[in-house]
Ligand binder design. Structure first.
Ligand SMILES: [Zn+2]
Ligand SMILES: [Zn+2]
Length: 239
């Protein structure tokens, strides 16, 4: 579209911030206004040393993580799932705005650089969507996040997993039911080369961490040496 037709369209139909609905600057590529982007809530702190979920005042492990081993060794997130971060997620998950996923990916890039514990992985693996869900939405938001991170860090993005069953909405299920529902939902793609690799799973929101654990189990079965997870936003157990 030419500059003038774009300018006219901007006056007639200004794009609004995905959180506060304030009009955005002309030609802004960002889905959030500057004030909302600056107000993205940081990841939980203090947080569980394994899953990154919010803890009370002390440090250490949450009740679900202490004394247990997980296929997904470590989980971190860039922000907490509330306020403008939740609006950004809704924009790419339910309103079909892939530019919101790319913006979330850029937030992850800035956060990733500060997290020494996420250094040293060989590749990024997006959590797959069921093919039907991906057709409906037109994209896999986790892949868009992984691509932003990959472009900035030089890490290759490997789509090593496939989702065999579509998920029921997680908020309808308790923890055990969700675990059972997701068990076996993810599998390595045919010919997926995971042997001996340290892999960082990438997802949009981490709530119960069940999805990341199921993906990590599939990658370990395919020979991965180490698996961790990195999400855009950390939520409480259920959203
Ligand atoms: Zn705003
Ligand atoms: Zn934990």
């Amino acid at each position: 579209m030419g500059y003038w037709s774009e300018a006219v369209l901007h006056v007639l139909l200004p794009r609004a911030c995905a959180h506060c609905r304030e009009d955005l600057r002309f030609r802004s590529e960002e889905p959030l206004c500057a004030a909302c982007a600056a107000a993205l809530p940081s990841a939980p702190d203090p947080a569980c040393a394994r899953c990154g979920g919010a803890l009370g005042v002390r440090r250490g492990f949450c009740a679900a993580c202490s004394g247990r081993l997980f296929a997904c060794r470590l989980i971190r997130a860039a922000v907490s799932y509330r306020g403008p971060a939740a609006s950004l997620v809704r924009a790419f998950k339910f309103r079909g705005l892939p530019c919101a996923a790319r913006a979330a990916g850029r937030v992850m890039v800035a956060d990733f650089a500060r997290r020494a514990e996420l250094a040293g992985f060989d590749a990024l693996v997006p959590v797959p969507l069921h093919p039907r869900r991906e057709r409906e939405r037109g994209y896999n938001q986790a892949l868009l996040l992984a691509r932003e991170l990959g472009a900035a860090t030089g890490l290759p993005v490997k789509e090593l997993l496939e989702r065999r069953r579509a998920a029921a909405p997680s908020w309808r299920l308790g923890r055990a039911a969700r675990r059972a529902e997701l068990s076996g939902a993810f599998a390595p793609r045919a010919g997926a080369g995971a042997q001996g690799l340290g892999l960082l799973l990438v997802d949009d929101v981490c709530a119960s961490a069940t999805t990341l654990e199921e993906c990590a189990l599939a990658l370990r079965r395919a020979g991965a040496r180490d698996v961790a997870g990195y999400a855009f936003a950390r939520a409480g157990r259920f959203i």
